[in-house]
Design a protein around this ligand. Structure first.
Ligand code: TSB
Ligand code: ZN
Length: 640
């Protein structure tokens, strides 16, 4: 007999060799149905694995978060088994569970095509219906190597395992895989799954090694859960800014222009201009001064700042002409330091806040590029604030609040705030401990005083100082930085910046770097995804589309309206093409134009405007004056 201790502190005796499944069954048949695995003395055990000694156990049920991973890991095995049946020469890399499902890296001996996924999925269903028991076996390394001798990838994985480690394999009928576990007890329990996509993946992530094919899928415990998840995926695809950017003609990426070097199309550029004006006014009200500095600088400038030693991997290579060496700037901070240095400064002049829409270039790895979200040429809503030490907290807070204001005006959702700190172990940061401690302490104090919730991220700081980053979630589910406030004691020292204090002595200012609403590129990706392409009226590339029912009968009045709207500074377009009315309306709909105005007899006869708001089926008829004042109010209030 062995003694089993439960999480609630109770204990019970069982026959040696009892399994989690049997223990669950002895408690209730409901629990048995819900259980998927268990922890035995902290070790993950499959349902049917015999327990040989006294143990503390915790039963994992379908509701526990581990359960999803166990199911999806098992689904990966099921996928491999199905592939092996269809492609007998297939060899397998790794097949883990991931956040929303699973994948398996496969060398099938011949290319698997997108349309083959269906037949693989069918085979998985068939194996599931065969109701094969999944069992674990442990063997010594030499035996494992012999067993997998025909699969070079598995042989490599086993060879890399430490000597003496127990190697476990899982068998389900005609298929055995190297695996740590845990698993579902029977293929019949993997019922609700879907194969999603196919991608290339290098063996061990190394681009010099074999290229395998990665099949992604997802598995759930109920049909409803699976359905809901597929809906979420569908919705995400619809929201992806790369798709929306194409449909709405916002931007273009062309490999001849260069990877990550985006072209702004007329509609995209229009939105960008509106945002430029918006940012300019917002900053003017907050006491910023606007400057303009070049995208090219000497390499020397970036050696002085420290970018060349700490940030060079992110820069395009230097270029030489007539003995002078230049770089495309990755950041504007050094230029703004020189702007500060262009004059003598007194304590009464501070704070000085220089803002610029900074065009800059960064060498991002080609694999990291993603639509407009991560690019190589970008224009940042940048600013550098030069402040006295006694002004640090107020200026950081004001900058932070200005960011919040902009985010509110844009109606964007923040995922969370991050405090990015240095990681001493890593070499990419400047090494003055005293300055780091001071800067990090000040930001932490400020966040605590203002009761701002945040997550700490070690190692994510800039090389010159810690940052407060505002994070958003993208349609594909990952997190990116939108806005940032950064505290920097280093660059003022590197550039030997001074101001004359009230004591008549020289003092060092402190620099605050601020990214207001990211770069136009990243911001556009965020806006497209969060608005699902439907810009609010104040931002919409085209705010009004005027469509006459008949060109002859209504064209003249339609033109009169369109001219009037333009005179009133609205972005209005007249559609006088010789196309069917239905076609024109559908097109305005696809472009998500906020106001569609269809001009017919009624409008011409009584000087009226009939509009339909994007997203609403209702047609509303008003006087021209009413329409103008309604729209004006909407734009000023940045409403929809
Ligand atoms: C705020 N020197 C500071 C500046 O003064 C700076 O450059 N900080 S940064 O490196 O954090 O970048 C500022 C912002 O640019 C980031 O918060 C992010 O929103 C945006 N950004 C960074 N890299 C890219 C990229 N490759 N593509 C698009 N946007 C980017
Ligand atoms: Zn900066």
């Amino acid at each position: 007999m062995i003694k089993i201790l439960f999480p609630d502190g109770s204990a019970k005796e069982f026959e040696k060799g009892i399994s989690i499944e049997e223990i669950a069954g002895s408690i209730s048949s409901g629990l048995k149905k819900q259980s998927v695995a268990g922890y035995v003395n902290g070790e993950l055990f499959d349902l049917n694995r015999p327990i040989q000694e006294d143990a503390e156990i915790r039963i994992i049920t379908k509701k526990d978060k581990e359960a999803f991973e166990i199911l999806n890991h098992s689904a990966a095995h099921l996928l491999a088994q199905a592939v092996k049946r269809l492609y007998p020469n297939a060899k397998f890399g790794v097949g883990p569970a991931i956040r929303e499902g699973f994948y398996y890296d496969i060398d099938a001996g011949e290319p698997i095509r997108e349309e083959d996924l269906e037949k693989i999925e069918k085979m998985m269903k068939r194996i599931s219906q065969e109701q094969t028991v999944i069992t674990r076996r442990e063997l010594p390394k030499t035996e494992a190597l012999a067993f997998f001798k025909d699969d070079k990838y598995k042989v490599e994985l086993i060879t890399d395992l430490p000597e003496g480690e127990i190697i476990s394999v899982y068998n389900q009928g005609d298929f055995t895989d190297l695996c740590r576990g845990g698993h579902i007890g029977n293929t019949k329990n993997i019922r609700f799954f879907k194969l999603l996509s196919l991608a290339g993946a290098y063996w061990r992530g190394d681009s010099n090694r074999e290229q395998l094919q990665r099949i992604y899928g997802t598995a759930w415990y109920s049909e409803e859960d699976l359905k809901n998840h597929l809906l979420v995926l569908e919705e995400r695809k619809e929201r992806d800014h790369r798709k929306l950017g194409k449909e709405l003609k916002i931007f273009e990426l062309n490999n001849d222009a260069g990877q990550g070097l985006a072209l702004w199309l007329p509609a995209g550029y229009t939105v960008r201009k509106v945002l430029e004006d918006y940012v300019y006014k917002l900053e003017k009200k907050a006491g910023y001064l606007h400057v303009s500095t070049p995208a090219l600088g000497t390499k020397r400038l970036y050696e002085i700042s420290g970018h060349w030693s700490h940030y060079r991997d992110n820069m395009f290579p230097a270029m030489e002409r007539d003995g002078e060496v230049f770089v495309l700037r990755p950041m504007s901070c050094p230029h703004h330091m020189l702007v500060f240095k262009s004059d003598l400064r007194s304590y009464r002049d501070l704070p000085i806040r220089y803002a610029e829409l900074v065009t800059q270039h960064r060498y991002e790895a080609s694999g990291a590029l993603s639509g407009l979200e991560r690019v190589r040429a970008m224009t940042l809503t940048d600013a550098h604030l030069f402040v006295r030490e006694d002004q640090i907290k107020k200026e950081v807070l004001d900058a932070y609040n200005l960011i919040l204001q902009a985010i509110k005006d844009l109606n964007l959702e923040i995922e969370y705030v991050e405090l990015a700190l240095r990681d001493k172990e890593k070499g990419k940061f400047h090494d003055n401990d005293q300055l780091w401690d001071l800067a990090e302490r000040l930001l932490k104090e400020l966040l605590a005083e203002e009761e701002i919730e945040y997550t700490e991220m070690k190692g994510e700081a800039a090389f010159y100082g810690p940052k407060i980053d505002i994070q958003v979630r993208t349609a594909t589910g990952h997190i990116i930085t939108m806005s940032t406030v950064q505290l920097d004691f280093l660059l003022p020292e590197r550039f030997d910046l001074n101001y004359i204090g009230s004591d008549g002595e020289k003092h060092r200012p402190v620099v605050i770097h601020r990214g207001l609403i990211s770069t136009w590129e990243r911001l556009m990706s965020i806006l497209l995804e969060q608005y699902k392409g439907a810009f609010p009226t104040w931002l919409a590339p085209t705010q009004i589309k005027v469509i006459p029912v008949s060109l002859d009968a209504h064209g003249a009045y339609a033109k009169k309206l369109n001219d009037l709207f333009i005179d009133y500074d609205f972005r209005s377009e007249l559609d006088m093409r010789d196309e069917k009315l239905g076609y024109k309306i559908r097109e305005a709909q696809t472009l998500k134009v906020p106001y569609q105005i269809v001009v017919g007899d009624n409008e011409v006869d009584s000087n009226l405007v009939t509009y339909r708001k994007f997203g609403s089926a209702e047609q509303v008829t008003v006087t021209v004056e009413e329409f103008l004042s309604m729209l004006k109010k909407e734009v000023i209030e940045k409403g929809n």
